[in-house]
Each structure stands twice: as structure tokens, then as C-alpha cells.
Design a binder for this molecule. Structure first.
Ligand code: UDP
Ligand code: MG
Length: 143
């Protein structure tokens, strides 16, 4: 149990499908405080830095394109910071598994995400995995 802040990004697939309000409603039910929120136009540099740990993966190029909104005709994503005890764990719990097909239907990804027939994972949000990841990520998105 510790006081934390964690990063959430509502991804382009969710912006395109107009799921922003649904996602915010789910997150609002957590016992956390919303302490930052802004629309961000994501450039290559930010997307590559955000996902730097995945740069060796075969899907990295596409992942960067996706976060930049290029695959969904979207100009900006919504970046959020939630603070409170066990913030990252609480958000990850309601986020669900990375692949929406494997995510519990009660979770954000399980209820709103999908895997496209071309293989793209459209999983609605990014959520920091833990406190250490949140501490690296938040300064990338908020000065
Ligand atoms: N991703 C993907 N294919 C995979 C694994 C991951 O397209 O096989 C994408 C997906 O958008 C995921 C992101 O890469 O959200 C980051 O991957 P990570 O393993 O960190 O999953 P997350 O923390 O988002 O659950
Ligand atoms: Mg991750």
C-alpha cells in the first residue's frame, strides 16, 4: 500500500469509436483522484519513447503508428493521471488483459476492446503497469 500516481492514455481506437466517456466513467468509479488530463497530439518521438521497452518487437512500428493515431484517423489522444493508494494496480485491474479476447468481460478492454481481423489489437487504453513504469511515463506526457 503506497501513495502513487499512474498514467492512463485513451488510445486512438477508443477516440475513434467514441468510447472516451465510457472509459472515463469506469475510471471515475475507482477510489482515485484525477490530477491531470489533456489532449495530446502524439508525434513519433513521444510514441517511440513511451513504448521504448517494446522496440525489438515485430509489432513496434505498427504500435507507434497506432499511438500516433495514423491507423484510426485521429489527431490526439487523452492522457490522464490518477493518484491515490495503489493507483497503478487499481487501474490495471479495471483495464484487463492486453489482448481483449483474453480480458475479463467486466474490464475496460474486455468490454470495449477488440482484435481486428488484420490482427491489430485495439485495446482502448494504456495503463502504467506499476509505480516504476508510471514514474518513467508520466513526465513524458506531462511537463
Ligand atoms: N501489443 C500488440 N501485440 C502484442 C502485445 C502488445 O499489439 O502481442 C500492443 C498493445 O497495444 C499493448 C501494447 O502493445 O497495449 C503494449 O504492450 P504491453 O505488453 O505493455 O501491454 P499492456 O501493458 O498495454 O497491457
Ligand atoms: Mg505495458
Amino acid at each position: 500500500m503506497s501513495m502513487q500516481a499512474t498514467l492512463v492514455i485513451i488510445k486512438p481506437d477508443a477516440i475513434q469509436r467514441k468510447q472516451m466517456g465510457l472509459v472515463l466513467s469506469r475510471l471515475e468509479q475507482l477510489d482515485l483522484h484525477l490530477v491531470g488530463a489533456k489532449m495530446v497530439r502524439v508525434g513519433r518521438e513521444l510514441a517511440e519513447e513511451h513504448y521504448r521497452d517494446l522496440r525489438q518487437k515485430p509489432f513496434f512500428r505498427e504500435l507507434v503508428q497506432q499511438l500516433c493515431g495514423e491507423l484510426h484517423d485521429v489527431d490526439a489522444v487523452l492522457a490522464l493521471v490518477y493518484a491515490g493508494s495503489d493507483a497503478a494496480a487499481k487501474v490495471r485491474q479495471v483495464t484487463g488483459a492486453t489482448n481483449p479476447d483474453n480480458a475479463d468481460p467486466s474490464t475496460i478492454r474486455g468490454s470495449l476492446g477488440r482484435v481486428r481481423s488484420n490482427g491489430w489489437i485495439e485495446n482502448v487504453i494504456h495503463a502504467s503497469f506499476n509505480d516504476a513504469e508510471a514514474q518513467r511515463e508520466i513526465p513524458l506526457w506531462f511537463e
